[in-house]
Design a protein around this ligand. Structure first.
Ligand SMILES: C[S@@+](CC[C@H](N)C(=O)[O-])C[C@H]1O[C@@H](n2cnc3c(N)ncnc32)[C@H](O)[C@@H]1O
Length: 225
């Protein structure tokens, strides 16, 4: 028997009630704003002009929209995520705050295309198998800026680990990758952007445990030459 539901069945983000509840509370503004989202919105503040479009790649349920609105960043927000259940949460909750449901799409990095002034991708690429193809897509889609927040180190390392924080009985693995700063710099330059590393405010440059594994968070602000 062949099936086509393998991606969702094996996706950790489809199998955590805790994450679903947290993302719903973030959409409802009942949970604290993520420091990373605050920092990304501040980076955008001086760079977004009225009418600019912004794509949030791997948006979860689209609550980064709140961080933009709270700071009067005048971007037209679009978000997509591969996990249908997370997008459904955003589509149900975000219209009450002014974001039309169709601005949130279920889509994978592998499938997305389009043109946006700004693209952000926060806490996504470190947890997928590699960054080259998806980051190339994001850089090609962005007219002005790409902002990433990922686990970056001097020297890359890749691991595929059990996520022990999922719903009972679910046994799934996820990538926890740390990408090489020099390599990602060189890669971004090839697409005619100037990358700049910015210290992550939340972790202050120190490793942070996520699902029990250290992540070395840093921001990359890439501006088109
Ligand atoms: C750690 S969450 C981060 C969510 C959100 N960016 C945030 O900052 O809260 C990682 C997200 O990446 C999404 N994701 C994983 N692989 C993806 C892919 N291939 N295409 C699009 N989204 C993906 C997951 O569904 C999940 O919502």
């Amino acid at each position: 028997m062949i099936r086509d539901d393998g991606w969702a069945r094996h996706c950790i983000w489809e199998h955590s009630r805790t994450v679903h509840e947290l993302y719903r509370r973030r959409c409802r503004r009942e949970a604290e704003e993520m420091t990373a989202h605050a920092q990304a919105a501040e980076l955008l503040l001086d760079r977004v002009v009225v009418g600019d479009t912004l794509l949030d790649a791997g948006c979860g349920s689209g609550y980064f929209y709140h961080s933009l609105v709270a700071r009067n960043v005048p971007a037209q927000y679009w978000g997509f995520d591969a996990a249908p259940s997370l997008v459904e949460i955003g589509r149900a909750e975000m219209p009450a705050f002014g974001l039309p449901a169709e601005r949130l799409q279920t889509m994978r990095l592998e499938d997305v295309d389009g043109e946006f002034d700004h693209v952000v991708c926060i806490n996504v690429l470190s947890n997928i198998d590699n960054y080259h193809r998806p980051l190339e897509r994001l850089l090609r889609m962005a007219r002005k800026t790409v902002i990433l927040r990922e686990s970056l180190t001097d020297g890359a390392s890749y691991s595929y680990v059990r996520d022990d924080y999922l719903d009972e009985g679910v046994e799934l693995n996820v990538h926890v990758n740390h990408y090489d700063r020099a390599e990602i710099t060189e890669f971004i330059r090839r697409y005619e952007f100037t990358p700049q590393f910015i210290e992550d405010r939340r972790s202050g440059g120190r490793p942070e445990l996520v699902i029990g594994y250290p992540h070395h968070w840093a921001f990359v602000l890439a501006e088109r030459i």
